[in-house]
Design a protein around this ligand. Sequence first.
Ligand code: GLY
Ligand code: MN
Ligand code: MN
Length: 441
Amino acid sequence: MLKIKELQQRRQTLLTSMGEGIAIIPTANEVIRNRDSHYPYRFDSYFYYLTGFTEPESLLVLIAGAQPQSVLFCRDKDIEREIWDGFRFGPEAAKTQFGFDAAYSMQQLDEMLPKLLSNQAKLFYSLGADTAWDARVTGWLNKVKDLARTGVSAPEVILDVRQLVDKQRLIKSPYEQATMRLSGNIAAEAHNRAMRFVGLNSAKQNLHEYEVEAEFLHEFYKNGAQAPAYTSIVAGGANACTLHYNANNCVLNDGDLLLIDAGCELDGYASDITRTFPVNGKFSAAQKDLYQLVLNAQLEAIAAAKTGHHWNASHEAALDVLVQGFIDFKLCKGSKDEVLENGGYRQFYMHRTGHWLGLDVHDAGDYKDKQGNWSVLEAGNVLTVEPGCYVRPADNVPEHFWNIGIRIEDDVLITQTGNEVLTKNAVKSVVDIENLMAGHA
Ligand code: GLY
Ligand code: MN
Ligand code: MN
């Protein structure tokens, strides 16, 4: 359970880094899917990080200075609407339950914001993220400017509040780490379930990618995850060579590999796992060669993800293994240094080895400092490690590798002493996958 104390601490940290001025942080809008049906609602990650509040139509105001204030604007209690749409806290209960200094109705926003913006030197706001909010904030600022002759001044600088919060979000608290561990566990068991299911059904004709998707979605929801963390990829055979394939509607063929990239969202926190396994439960020789190569690269990349190493160390470690393998398997020509230098490996490995993970699957936070140096990993960072190999048919490629697409992805928490793989329960060695699919695990 996310405690008020932690929420107040997050807001205090931001108020301290603001120094002076006012921050305005709206949550996400509800979005119409068609006619009067909405997409499932998802709060804004910055707003949620600072408030823990999940209702739409809410906004956080932080006022820095000698007497820091955190103020929530939210929907009023409305028994009539609650009969239709469900519970709302209302300002009074929200103030105490989430530890704000004050809370008001959203109805008071246009009246109160010009007053709160008056005589503030700086405005911290995510300009450009939402044009409707930009217009509304501009309207409030113009109201303040209209009062210039009465001696009131408007903020002279607008700074991106996300820059400051990103730094906080990069280091996960013990609560966040525990939630991400749970999210990782649920997703890991979901991948195991999908593998087991394909193993059991591999003799079935017309087994579709979406039938496998249904298996891991079942496991997500059954264990309390609120949603998939991103659009799932269930890619049989050549589909795995399309990096963002998500039609998930093809038949799975005996002799092909199946790549699944799927994670869940638990209390706002994403997991992000990819596993690749043979539809018929047994890797062919060519599949095993490339699979073991990617797995070796991933293990080296995970070992390189530790406190004090720079962000790119994992990518470099993965490339080192992959490029040597590509040369050994006659996918690339030349020495390792030559192939690294001329980028020939990009025909088969064209993405990077990971990203920050947290409230967003591609989470907040810089990868380089202002001087252009890679960030140095710190305890509390969470990142993915996800090397791959994607072989499309081509004249320069041995035919037995054609249409093999492999990625292996885990979520890694950096600790004081090294790292913890949050998704370690998803099986990934050749022997463990074959055993699980044969029903021996
Ligand atoms: N599933 C998104 C990613 O792996 O980056
Ligand atoms: Mn990823
Ligand atoms: Mn992924």
